[in-house]
Design a protein around this ligand. Structure first.
Ligand SMILES: Cc1cc2nc3c(=O)[nH]c(=O)nc-3n(C[C@H](O)[C@H](O)[C@H](O)COP(=O)(O)OP(=O)(O)OC[C@H]3O[C@@H](n4cnc5c(N)ncnc54)[C@H](O)[C@@H]3O)c2cc1C
Length: 345
């Protein structure tokens, strides 16, 4: 009888790890305090932009490009299992250069191409950096697809169940009850709040997002500008993101946050300044001190956290790495080891 894994937290990380383990023949239960995907994973804009997000760092760039490369087959496997699309859109990305910015200094990556041959939606700028391989996905749809695929692969989901404490042999639930198994802690920004292991240095970075309504096709690429981005959906919605705020676990959309996002619209797509705002929201990125993931075991508990701004991008690679570590004893990628945040043994 294979070991039972207890995944604590049903965000994209928890669901993706659970799915991968189940596909590899393991018994898995996901324990989620609310609804799977309710937190950062559904709040994310869904940009898959490894080159822009690496800020010139070799290893994050390499892992991001690898994970983006896994996306087409991953979402296809989800669609085959569930019939659900995840909204993967290989649209490419423009980095526009704003007033007072130096084009050379705003070049996002060595592969960027400077172009003045721009679509109508960028007619307000003389030129922009173009990255054809960057893409986007729709996180709320992706999480539902991963969750359903996991259920079909045999994963058992228990929702509305906060876990209070984790230990090598199982988890204690808030309000009583103990479940035996091997814990995998995927609690996102709340990772440091779960008892039973040394407090891990994951802190919340709040991001506010607003959604505008444009005509379908009016914006057909991800647009980055200084301080933010616009992400189109095929039905005409445009997500504008995102603030980066150190406010603890204070939820909320604020006038200051909306003003910041309005400035992103002014720079990236000024023709949208009068577009109706259909929704806005905020949530918490799980940030490690160096902004990179933390994967590994402490006191018998396997930790999967710290994906900060790139958890959607890195989900398929993370799921493979965690399954490889747990089932085959493979090492985690250099720079992702949890051990860098633990006292030396
Ligand atoms: C505004 C915003 C925009 C973003 N945009 C992008 C983007 O464009 N591209 C990208 O790649 N990434 C983006 N991200 C980052 C990405 O969303 C995260 O890195 C990723 O979703 C983290 O996934 P997770 O499963 O670790 O965390 P979460 O999705 O937060 O999931 C953690 C889960 O654990 C549960 N939980 C917590 N504590 C307990 C407990 N004690 N017991 C049981 N359950 C518990 C929570 O309820 C939650 O469901 C963005 C994030 C934000 C906030």
């Amino acid at each position: 009888m294979p070991m039972r894994y207890l995944v604590v937290g049903g965000g994209l990380m928890g669901c993706a790890v659970a799915l991968e383990l189940a596909r590899r023949g393991q018994r898995v239960t996901v324990l989620e305090r609310a609804v799977p995907g309710a937190e950062a994973s559904s709040a994310a804009a869904g940009i898959l932009a490894p080159r822009v997000e690496a800020h010139g760092q070799d290893l994050p760039r390499k892992y991001g490009i690898h994970s983006l490369g896994l996306y087409p087959a991953w979402v296809q496997s989800l669609e085959e299992a569930t019939g659900l699309s995840s909204g993967l859109w290989p649209s490419g990305l423009y980095r526009v250069v704003g007033e007072g910015e130096d084009p050379a200094e705003s070049c996002p990556d060595v592969e960027s191409i400077w172009t003045t041959d721009l679509p109508e939606s960028l007619s307000h700028v003389p030129g922009a950096w173009w990255l054809p391989e960057e893409a986007s996905v729709e996180p709320p749809r992706l999480v539902v697809a991963v969750r359903q695929a996991a259920e079909r692969a045999g994963v058992h989901f228990v929702t509305g169940v906060p876990v209070r404490r984790v230990g090598a042999d199982g988890v204690e639930l808030d309000g009583g009850g103990y479940i035996s198994g091997k814990p995998i802690l995927c609690a996102g920004a709340w990772t440091g709040k779960v008892e039973g292991i040394p407090t891990l240095p994951v802190h919340p970075v709040r991001g506010q997002v607003m959604e505008l309504r444009a005509a379908p096709g009016q914006l057909a690429h991800v647009v980055f500008c200084k301080g933010g981005y616009l992400v189109p959906r095929k039905d005409g919605r445009v997500l504008v993101g995102a603030t980066m705020e150190e406010v603890g676990f204070e939820r909320g959309v604020t006038p200051k946050g909306l003003a910041y996002l309005a400035e992103v619209v002014r720079q990236g797509a000024p023709w949208l300044v009068d577009a109706p705002m259909t929704r806005s929201w905020s949530n918490f990125r799980p940030a490690s001190p160096d902004g990179q993931p933390m994967l590994g075991e402490v006191e018998g508990v396997y930790v999967v956290s710290g994906h900060h701004r790139n958890g959607i991008l890195l989900a398929p690679l993370t799921a493979q790495v965690v399954a490889g570590a747990l089932l085959d004893g493979l090492p985690v990628p250099e720079g992702w080891e949890l051990a860098r945040f633990l006292p030396p043994p």
